[in-house]
Each structure stands twice: as C-alpha cells, then as structure tokens.
Design a protein around this ligand. Structure first.
Ligand SMILES: C[S@@+](CC[C@H](N)C(=O)[O-])C[C@H]1O[C@@H](n2cnc3c(N)ncnc32)[C@H](O)[C@@H]1O
Length: 241
C-alpha cells in the first residue's frame, strides 16, 4: 500500500505535533500521533447536522455553533440544512486547521468557510460557550474521539458536569446539543440528564451504510431555567483560560 505523505507539520505549544497527511485523495489529521479525522469517514458528520438542525429547517435567523472545524464536513452539512438568514459560528483550536481549510482542504467540503453565514473563532469552544449565554439553537461538538478519548487534556472540562452545564446555558430553550464519540458512554448520558437535558443516543455509520458505527449523544434543552448541577458531583473548576 502507498505510504502516507506528510503535507503539513507543526509543533503547537500545549498541544504537540499536528500533522496533515495525504494518501491519494484521502487526508488525515493527526495530533501527537493520534488520528483525529480522516476524509474517508464522514458519514456521522452529516448525521450530526441532521440531529442538531432537524428542528431548524425553515427557521429564520437560526444560530448554530460548531466545534471544531476538522475538514469542514460538519460545517458544510449544517449550512446545507439552514436558511440564508442563519448564522454559523465555528470554533477551532488550531489556527493551522483554519488556514488549511481556506487552502488545500477547501475542496473536500465545498469550501464552507467561504459561505457568508460563517464566522470562524480561533480558540477553545468551551471558552466561547462560557461567554455566550442562551445564544444558540444548536451546538455540535466534535473535538475529540469521545468524552473519554480526549485529543487535548484540557478538553476534559467540556464533558464534566461543569462543561455540560455550560453547554446547557449556551443554548436557547429547546436548543439541541450533539456530541460526537467513537463509542458509547453511559456515564456521559447520565451527566447530560443530570443537568436537565433529555438524551437520545444514535449510532450512525462512519462511512456509507455498512461497517463501523460512531456514537452521537443528542441532548435537548427543555426548560428556560438554568442547568441543575447535582450537589453530589459539586462544582468543578473550569479550565481557567
Ligand atoms: C475530529 S475533528 C472534527 C471533524 C469535523 N467534524 C469535520 O467535519 O471534519 C476535531 C477538530 O476539533 C478541534 N478541536 C479540538 N479541541 C478543540 C477545542 N477545545 N475547541 C475547538 N476546537 C477543538 C481539532 O483541532 C480538530 O480540528
């Protein structure tokens, strides 16, 4: 089999080595040697957009947050489901991923960053959610391989009780949070329910209709009040950035 060719490589402080590699027409993104994304497997990205935006079809001025960017498949799928008056905020931790999406990777998902509905914020999606109370109709999080398979140690605070409360607070009432994962996590489902979400777990195919399946946690914010934080878990510190 043909070897992978490194297209871009850089050392990012506090993250480590980030590599963009290509074999024929397939690209992979690796962080510290771990594959974060392959351009061949993006069936669950479309399923994420379906789950997060189903309630927004035909809605004017819908506001959606996507974190992170990766190869832009989720952003593209979200844009394809929303009206021209919608706004999509994309939070991406690695500036180079944004640069590559504006250049060499742009054709993979039909250049979603060129859509005038999109605003890109370079930085941590958790930090952005903390600053945006009741702002989004949907939040789609695909930043790790799941709540317990982190690509960045700081990302733990996206999935703990404080993190899911922050996501709850950043949503409008009836808003939907979708979290991508490589596999199931009953503990994460429980945590989502504990703060007040109603949760559904989907298992879309990674590619086409057969083969491996990914997991999507689809959580709907019901009430207008704040997230309920169970005292048993207590308040844990945020990531302090
Ligand atoms: C698996 S990829 C996302 C794939 C994406 N769904 C797509 O359609 O290609 C994960 C992305 O999340 C970014 N990321 C990781 N942690 C993040 C964080 N805390 N905030 C924002 N982006 C983050 C990574 O740099 C990477 O670009």
């Amino acid at each position: 089999m043909k070897p992978w060719e490194t297209v871009e490589k850089e050392d990012v402080p506090e993250v480590g080595e980030v590599v963009l590699a290509r074999r024929d027409s397939e690209y992979v993104l690796r962080v510290r040697g771990q594959t974060l994304m392959s351009s061949r497997q993006h069936g669950s990205e479309a399923a994420m957009a379906d789950a997060g935006c189903a309630h927004l079809v035909g809605t004017q001025k819908a506001r959606v947050l996507v974190g992170g960017l990766g190869f832009g498949f989720t952003v593209r799928a979200v844009l394809d489901r929303l009206e021209p008056s919608a706004r999509v905020v994309v939070a991406e931790l690695l500036p180079s991923v944004v640069t590559w999406n504006r250049g060499i990777l742009a054709p993979l998902a039909k250049a979603p960053l060129e859509d005038s509905r999109v605003t890109v914020v370079e930085g941590d999606v958790g930090r952005l959610m903390r600053k945006q109370s009741g702002a989004f109709d949907a939040i789609l999080l695909d930043v790790d391989n799941g709540p317990s398979a982190l690509t960045h140690p700081d990302n733990e605070s996206l999935y703990d009780i404080t993190g899911v409360s922050v996501a709850y607070g950043a949503l409008r009432p009836k808003g939907t949070l979708v979290v991508w994962s490589a596999g199931p996590s009953p503990a994460f489902v429980k945590r989502l329910e504990d703060v007040g979400f109603t949760v559904q777990v989907l298992k879309p195919a990674a590619h086409g209709t057969k083969g491996p399946r990914h997991t999507l946690f689809v959580a709907q914010r019901i009430g207008k009040g704040p997230a309920s934080v169970p005292s048993r878990e207590g308040k844990r510190p945020g990531r302090g950035r």
